[in-house]
Design a protein around this ligand. Structure first.
Ligand code: C2E
Ligand code: MG
Ligand code: MG
Ligand code: MG
Length: 285
């Protein structure tokens, strides 16, 4: 058909675009239905205290069990949900579900919930969080909210106020993926946050020639500012040894300890980790 009307390439691209637009439209329709149809699920990945070897926190990570497409990654869901404005409803579901799940864990274990900028900047974010704590019965100090640098970009004064009020409430704020975005070191000291998660890209290709200079610098600075320091994406024992060497990094997260697991498996991980190190979901003493 494209050739017949003499506008070959143009028509081809137009059809491709139409197909993309159509695929996107279907995805959006499916996403709207998914919440009502209970197709979303939260997986959890532990953060391990490097001194004790115990799980301190489990991070909730969204999965979508699509009836046809199978498991869909949050990387494909979250940006679309943000564009659609669905992230607020979806985020509310995630927060409440995560708080309820955490209530089933031992007192010393917290839950971390990722917040997208839109969700973080919704007008009633504080009442959303207070309500989630209230209905679940979870004490505020067991909730950790992960935001990224993009949440700190706009409306500085307002952002500062929200963070201060969350802090007053007893909820911890964790700066996720640090080092991937605008990475202003001043964020660490200008905003009241209790934890920084250094992005796993800092671990890429480290060896004797390319030591952990940058990671150590960021870790020390954060620790000096009174923040807990997490390194994400730990996959090997060598990486674990390197980052544990000077005691600045408080927690680690990564496939070495465990991949994200379904809720039913969290309690197994927690039971198994009593005072011992966990390794890829298996207990190693
Ligand atoms: P994130 O919050 O930085 O989460 C860490 C991601 O890295 C997870 O991917 C996790 O499975 C993966 N990961 C953990 N350890 C390792 C490792 O050792 N090696 C490697 N290669 N990867 C590791 P996942 O679950 O696909 O989530 C991707 C991103 O999607 C998250 O990054 C977060 O930004 C977003 N996301 C996930 N769940 C939610 C949610 O409930 N709400 C919001 N707003 N965003 C979410
Ligand atoms: Mg996160
Ligand atoms: Mg992260
Ligand atoms: Mg990340």
């Amino acid at each position: 058909r494209a050739k017949a009307d003499g506008r070959g390439t143009f028509c081809f691209f137009r059809d491709e675009m139409a197909a993309t637009v159509e695929a996107r439209r279907i995805l959006e329709l499916d996403l709207r239905k998914a919440l009502a149809n209970e197709e979303f699920e939260l997986f959890y990945q532990p953060l391990v205290n490097l001194k004790s070897g115990k799980i301190s926190t489990c991070e909730a990570l969204l999965r979508w069990n699509h009836p046809v497409r199978g498991t869909v990654s949050p990387v494909d869901i979250i940006p679309v949900a943000e564009d659609m404005g669905l992230i607020v409803d979806l985020g509310r579901w995630i927060l409440r579900r995560a708080c309820m799940e955490c209530m089933k864990w031992p007192d010393g274990v917290s839950v971390a919930v990722n917040f997208s900028p839109q969700q973080f900047h919704q007008r009633d974010v504080l009442s959303e969080i207070r309500y989630a704590l209230e209905v679940s019965g979870l004490p505020a100090h067991r909730l950790e909210i992960e935001i990224t640098e993009s949440s700190l970009l706009r409306n500085t004064q307002l952002t500062h106020d929200i963070l201060s009020q969350l802090h007053a409430l007893g909820v911890r704020i964790s700066l996720d993926d640090f080092g991937t975005g605008y990475s202003s070191l001043s964020y660490l000291h200008n905003f009241p946050m209790q934890k920084v998660k250094i992005d796993r890209s800092f671990l890429e290709g480290i060896d004797a020639d390319r030591p952990l200079t940058l990671l150590r610098g960021v870790a020390r600075l954060s620790a000096d500012l009174g923040m807990a320091v997490v390194v994400e994406g730990i996959e090997t024992n060598e990486q674990l040894e390197l980052i544990s060497a000077d005691g600045t990094v408080t927690e680690g997260q990564g496939y070495l300890f465990s991949r994200p697991v379904p809720a039913v498996r969290v309690r197994q991980l927690l039971n198994a980790s009593h005072g011992r190190h966990i390794h890829d979901g298996q207990v190693v003493s």
